[in-house]
Each structure stands twice: as structure tokens, then as C-alpha cells.
Write a protein that binds this ligand. Structure first.
Ligand code: YCP
Ligand code: CO
Length: 287
């Protein structure tokens, strides 16, 4: 399903904070934090294949078992209610709470590592529902930057190149649902119509000014300080620029590759190319 806004679910702030208060005590997985530069990506399974909270790595669950609420999920009555109301439970593989702040996610595609899981069992559709968010949280898909607002249900096309930024220390908490692509009588998401087209409402799009030539020049000079030691810092600066300015298609990886070519450390270019392959093209379950 293409990225699109589907519906808004009314949230009961009191019941939500009661659940999130309890969830704050849970143990979170930091799986997938290698996609981030800055704070970690913390997730907690509320519904999973096999009903076990597991380690948060999507390839490490028993796909031959039925999904069910996990121990953590069973402690959160309001979130259980939301999950049950929104998703076709017959096709729901995973429901996770994901907490993230003051960090950026490297532009990547998801699901590459799920290729070995049988087609009828592997996740193919992702839904995001922001529970706590703020204006300094952004998503991007290719060169389009947008926001999701609290209580909105979005289909999120994780098979396309996407990136995320939070310019704030305030946590952003999303409920993320992963569903299988098998035929069923009803809709995947029961609260609204999904279409095959991309539909990011104009009010959610973030208009960025074109990257000024001076900024581009300044970024080029980062080649002077780029070594393997500063790789993450430089990449983070480049990704943040993508959320503030329109630098054109493929800005982050293209800029990083250009800087890698210019810089004095010969290890940087092969590492950049290797990372790019990992995040965009090929990634096996065991890597
Ligand atoms: C996402 N993809 O795009 C997740 C975050 C890395 C994998 C963690 O939201
Ligand atoms: Co992703």
C-alpha cells in the first residue's frame, strides 16, 4: 500500500496516558538502532507471531505460530482496544510501540530481510498511528517530507526509501502495525478506505526551501573533516539538511557519496557504498 493518510481515531487522553505510563516501565528492544544516528530506536511488541514479546527483530519470530497479544500488550487495555478496532487481526503479524527522540533514521527500505519468510506469513503492509508526537518530527519518502499527527492512521509504504527525523528531545511514540498480504473479506484497516495511490494530505506536507548554494558549498567542505571517525556526525548533518531544505532527489546518499569521494580517508567511500547497499538494496536476515 502506498503511503497515505487513512483516518483519524479519537484518542482518550486519560486512558492513553494510563497505558503509556505503564508502558514506560517495560523493557524495550533497541533492535534496528543501527538505522539511527543519535538516540536509539526503542520498540516493544504488544502483539506478535507466537504471542511472545521476543527481541524485537522481525525475523526472529515463529511465523508458523498464530499471532496474539504479548504479556506487555495484555497490560495495556486501551492500546489493545485501539489495535482491535483498527486492524484486521486475522492479518495482523505485529503491533509495536516505537519510541524515538532527538535522532535521525538513515534513508532505507524495510522488508528486504523478510524475503526468506513464506509470502503468506511475512509482513507486507505497515500502519503507523502516532500516539505522542510534535511538530519537530518528520518523515520523508524519497524527496517528500511530511508529518503524521497524533491519532492519525497512516499506511506507510516501507518498501520505498524513507527517512525520519526528530529535532526534539521529547519522545515520539508511535503504534506500528505490520500486516500480511493475503486475501480476506474485509479491509486491512477497519477505520477508513485505503487506495492504491499515494495520498499525503496537503496540510501534512512540509514545504522546504531549495537548498541555497551557500549551504551546498558549506556541506561540500565537510569533506575536509570526513573520516571514519566522523562518519556518523557528518551523515547526521547531511540527513538533517534533507529535512530542512530541498536538495533534490536522493540528496542524503548522493551527498554522502560525493563527500566520501572527496575526503582524505580511503575507507569512507567503500563503507558508504556498503551501507547504501545494506539499507537500500540487499539485506539478508542474518545481517
Ligand atoms: C521505520 N524501520 O522506518 C523503522 C525504524 C528501522 C526500520 C527502525 O520506522
Ligand atoms: Co523503516
Amino acid at each position: 500500500m502506498r503511503t497515505q493518510y487513512v483516518a483519524t481515531v479519537p484518542l482518550d487522553d486519560e486512558r492513553l496516558s494510563a497505558d503509556l505510563g505503564r508502558a514506560a516501565e517495560f523493557r524495550y528492544s533497541e533492535a534496528y538502532s543501527n538505522y539511527l544516528i543519535g538516540g536509539p530506536w526503542k520498540s516493544c511488541m504488544l502483539w506478535a507471531r507466537g504471542g511472545d514479546g521476543g527481541d524485537g527483530v522481525l525475523t526472529n519470530y515463529s511465523y508458523e505460530q498464530e499471532p496474539a497479544f504479548t504479556e506487555q500488550g495484555r497490560e495495556l487495555p486501551y492500546l489493545q482496544e485501539i489495535i482491535t478496532k483498527v486492524a484486521d487481526l486475522g492479518r495482523l503479524n505485529f503491533a509495536r510501540l516505537a519510541v524515538f527522540s532527538d535522532s535521525v533514521i538513515v534513508p532505507h527500505r524495510d522488508y528486504l530481510e523478510l524475503a526468506e519468510i513464506p509470502e503468506g506469513a511475512r509482513s507486507a503492509h505497515r500502519v503507523h498511528i502516532p500516539l505522542v508526537t510534535h511538530d519537530a518530527c518528520f518523515f520523508s519518502e524519497h524527496n517528500v517530507v511530511y508529518r503524521m499527527r497524533k491519532g492519525e492512521v497512516w499506511f506507510f509504504d516501507a518498501s520505498r526509501i524513507h527517512s525520519v527525523a526528530s529535532f526534539s528531545k521529547e519522545p515520539r511514540i508511535h503504534l506500528i502495525l505490520d500486516l500480511v498480504d493475503v486475501p480476506a473479506p474485509g479491509p486491512l484497516v477497519k477505520v477508513g478506505e485505503a487506495s492504491d495511490e499515494e495520498r499525503i494530505p496537503p496540510g501534512r506536507l512540509v514545504a522546504r526551501p531549495a537548498l541555497p548554494e551557500g549551504e551546498r558549498e558549506a556541506l561540500r567542505r565537510l569533506a575536509d573533516v570526513l573520516t571514519m571517525d566522523s562518519f556518523n556526525e557528518v551523515f547526521s548533518i547531511v540527513i538533517k539538511k534533507h529535512f530542512r531544505f530541498d536538495g533534490g532527489d536522493d540528496f542524503a546518499w548522493r551527498t554522502m557519496t560525493e563527500l566520501a569521494r572527496e575526503c582524505a580517508d580511503p575507507a569512507v567511500l567503500p563503507r558508504t557504498e556498503e551501507l547504501r547497499r545494506y539499507f537500500e538494496l540487499e539485506r539478508a536476515a542474518d545481517r
